[in-house]
Design a binder for this molecule. Structure first.
Ligand code: ADP
Length: 269
């Protein structure tokens, strides 16, 4: 032994910094919890009067239809506003559930071709100005998922495609197989999204700067909810877009195991 080395290090500063970091994280977590609780309670309260209001307006419409058909326009406008409010409140409610990890899925085999056709036919009545076409392969593509929630995703993408195409133009839904996944895409030729903002689109309350502020109001929650639903199905959602030219939103979902095998060539002999 020719010598010894002692090393002393003051760790108190590191411990203090670590404690401070933990305190800040705890506070941020509590603030998020309070915000999600508020969102959830407020949207439940807003939702409660909307259902009876819609039912009363539908009844009123029914009565007026036979007696004063000329006044139906007013009632239809009021019904349209109630529908819009309901959709905003539902988004608020879903967004608070996403924050609290409470968006429940009821899984069963879902045919994506049927789903796409159903969603497009729901839009036919309201979108004369914007035809919606569906391109789907003949083969059935099944996934294990919640058809209501997946239909919500597709509806949201088509609604956005229509909402952000103020000049009109066709909206195309397409379905294709990509290896062990199916890819659903919704394409429009609307206002598009600035390149530098595309990575933020799926964040809560995000709206691109070219999104119109009046007339096409939105909360910036739809895509945030869509991403949560898609990811809970083990899938991905992404966008390709060019400002002023249009956008395509893609959703890929893992196929049910029985549908991931490609046709095997017949064995020789
Ligand atoms: P909202 O439409 O209610 O604002 P979303 O979460 O559905 O919320 O969309 C977020 C933002 O993404 C929109 O505000 C808009 O800026 C942009 N966006 C979404 N879909 C499209 C689209 N098809 N074309 C152009 N911009 C879009």
């Amino acid at each position: 032994i020719i010598g010894r080395v002692w090393s002393f290090r003051d760790v108190s500063q590191r411990v203090r910094a670590e404690r401070e970091r933990e305190r800040l994280l705890r506070e941020a977590h509590e603030a998020i919890q309070v915000r999600d609780d508020f969102l959830s309670i407020a949207s439940h309260e807003l939702k409660t009067p909307l259902t009876p209001l819609r039912l009363s307006l539908q009844l009123l419409r029914h009565v007026l239809e036979s007696r004063q058909p000329g006044t139906l326009g007013q009632v239809d406008r009021a019904l349209g506003q109630v529908r819009r409010l309901s959709s905003l409140v539902n988004d608020l409610l879903d967004a608070s559930c996403v924050g609290m990890c409470r968006l429940q899925l009821q899984r069963a085999p879902v045919s994506l071709r049927e789903l796409a056709l159903e969603v497009s036919s729901d839009f036919h009545a309201v979108s004369e100005r914007h035809p919606i076409t569906v391109e789907a392969p003949d083969e059935e593509l099944f996934i294990l998922g919640d058809s209501g929630r997946l239909s919500q995703v597709l509806t949201n993408l088509v609604e956005n495609a229509l909402k952000y195409s103020p000049q009109g133009g066709a909206v195309r839904m397409s379905l294709a197989r990509s290896g062990a996944a199916a890819v659903l895409s919704v394409t429009d030729s609307g206002i598009g999204i600035p390149k530098e903002e595309q990575e933020h689109l799926f964040e809560r309350f995000f709206r691109a700067r070219n999104a119109p502020v009046s007339g096409f109001g939105g909360l910036g929650l739809g895509l945030y909810i869509c991403r949560d639903i898609v990811e809970r199905h083990g899938g991905h959602i992404w966008v390709e877009s060019e400002q002023g030219r249009g956008s395509t939103f893609h959703v890929s979902l893992p196929l049910l195991a029985a549908h991931t095998r490609q046709e095997q060539p017949a064995a020789p002999g």
